[in-house]
Design a protein around this ligand. Structure first.
Ligand code: PLP
Length: 452
């Protein structure tokens, strides 16, 4: 930081302040973690300066032998860790990984002339009519993904994301009674809609997903089955999700981020069956620019860490903590979507506290508890204010917190939410006694001080 300060001390100060924030507040955002020092160091070095467009051994730039080493080692760790025939470790993020995968599937499934026509379009400045034309060029292909309020992700065919402009989308949801994925309804929708791609995976669904059944449905309707395991890749790596719940043997193609439960650098990755490998490797230049060799180095380190036996213990503890936190909240009267969790996250329905997700998120933040608001199924407050708060345990588990600490954290969350009053007529404003927020924040910091 001293070196950075010689250039612009505001950045040095922001970095130092971020360290303090991450040390002293309860990081319960389900998609965040603490990467190891080895991962951080692999990311912060001279590889950042290197161009290496292309793939291993076939680059459009000279002098890539060290990048080849890094990319090969990262891909090897990914294949071994997940038991996947092919791994592509270049995507810069989860969004990119999904886009690489979608174009690979289109290239695999759409007739060459139609594909070439669509690819020739300059997609940067397309008008809505141009997008409609592009979809038509591609034969109006269809995507079936999980609805946003049930926990799906924008990249699974929703309009604000490019996937929603490339495909006609329909979504599957959850059973209103149980909150669980209704596979029979999903099968019915798939039979009727006949999608090119069925997307499994989620950002905010607190349960296991049966990928074997989803593959059966995909096979029945002739769809390519893609699983986006961005959230739970660490639980797959740690062998908590096996058999029907491990997407890798069931999906044609699997995408992921590397920075969530997998605990690597910010980035993405694609795993696939051999028949899609060539198309996937064309991610650069179809979707991606030059790869980020420093990030691929950090991915290699994170994947190697995840292959160690202690990572399985970590993954098991993430779920044990998540379940302990969910149970402790429910004992205190909180309502949880689906009535619990069997993964790393829960969604608290804060309607039961008379709050919107936005009010609850902010009141918790005032009290040193960092979460994020999230829709609940059939959310009455829409996607901006929402009625839920998503909480997850990957980060706190990395610090060594266990089930006993989860009980204390549930007490802090419940105290804040039950003392927060929504201001009448507002979905954003609320009243919370400042001294109570301060006391909770102090308790959180003291708890975390035991896990430096
Ligand atoms: N896919 C899922 C399921 C996600 O939850 C996310 C991020 O929240 C993404 C993709 C996108 O990842 P990124 O933010 O790295 O683009």
């Amino acid at each position: 930081i001293a070196v950075i300060n010689t250039v612009d001390p505001r950045i040095g100060a922001a970095i130092a302040a971020e360290l303090t924030d991450q040390r002293e507040s309860l990081k319960l955002i389900a998609s965040e973690n603490y990467a190891s020092p080895a991962v951080l160091l692999a990311m912060g070095n001279w590889f950042s300066d290197k161009y290496a467009e292309g793939t291993i051994g076939r680059r459009f730039y000279a002098g890539c032998r060290n990048v080849d080493t890094v990319e090969s080692v990262a891909a090897e760790h990914a294949r071994e860790l997940f038991g996947a025939p092919h791994a592509y470790v270049q995507p810069h993020s989860g969004i990119d990984a999904n886009l690489v995968a979608y174009w690979a599937i289109l290239a695999d499934r759409v007739e060459a002339p139609a594909l070439a026509k669509a690819q020739a379009r300059q997609v940067n400045d397309l008008s809505p009519a141009d997008w409609a034309q592009l979809r038509q060029d591609l034969g109006n292909q269809r995507m079936l993904g999980m609805s946003l309020d049930a926990g799906g992700h924008l990249t699974h065919g929703f309009r604000p994301n490019i996937s929603g402009k490339m495909f006609d989308q329909r979504s599957y949801g959850t059973d209103p009674e149980t909150g669980l994925i209704d596979y029979d309804a999903l099968r019915e929708t798939a039979r009727e809609f006949k999608p090119l791609i069925i997307v499994g995976g989620y950002s905010a669904y607190p349960r296991k997903v049966n990928f074997r059944v989803m593959r059966e449905i995909a096979d029945e309707v002739g769809a390519t089955f893609l699983v986006d395991m961005a959230h739970f890749a660490g639980l797959v790596a740690g062998k908590v999700f096996t058999g029907d719940f491990d997407p890798v043997p069931h999906a044609h193609i699997v995408t992921t981020t590397t920075h969530k439960s997998l605990r690597g650098p910010r980035g993405g990755m694609v795993l696939c069956q051999p028949e899609l490998a060539d198309q996937v490797d064309r991610g650069c230049p179809m979707v991606l620019g030059g790869p980020l060799p420093h990030i691929m180095a950090a991915k290699a380190i994170a994947l190697a860490e995840a292959r160690r036996p202690d990572f399985a213990g970590y993954a098991q503890q993430v779920v044990a903590n998540s379940q302990a936190l969910a149970e402790a909240l429910m004992r205190r009267g909180a309502t949880l979507v689906t009535g619990g969790t069997d993964n790393h996250l829960s969604v608290i329905d804060v309607n039961s506290y008379g709050l919107t997700g936005r009010q609850a998120e902010q009141a918790l933040l005032d009290s040193g508890i960092v979460t994020n608001r999230n829709s609940v199924p059939r959310d009455p407050n829409g996607a901006w204010y929402t009625s839920g708060v998503r909480i997850g345990t990957p980060a706190l588990t990395s610090r060594g917190l266990g089930t006993a600490e989860m009980d204390e954290i549930a007490e802090l969350i419940h105290t804040v939410l039950s003392h927060t009053r929504a201001d009448s007529g507002s979905k954003a404003k609320y009243t919370l006694d400042g001294s109570l927020a301060e006391r909770v924040a102090k308790q959180a910091t003291e708890l975390l001080a035991g896990f430096p």
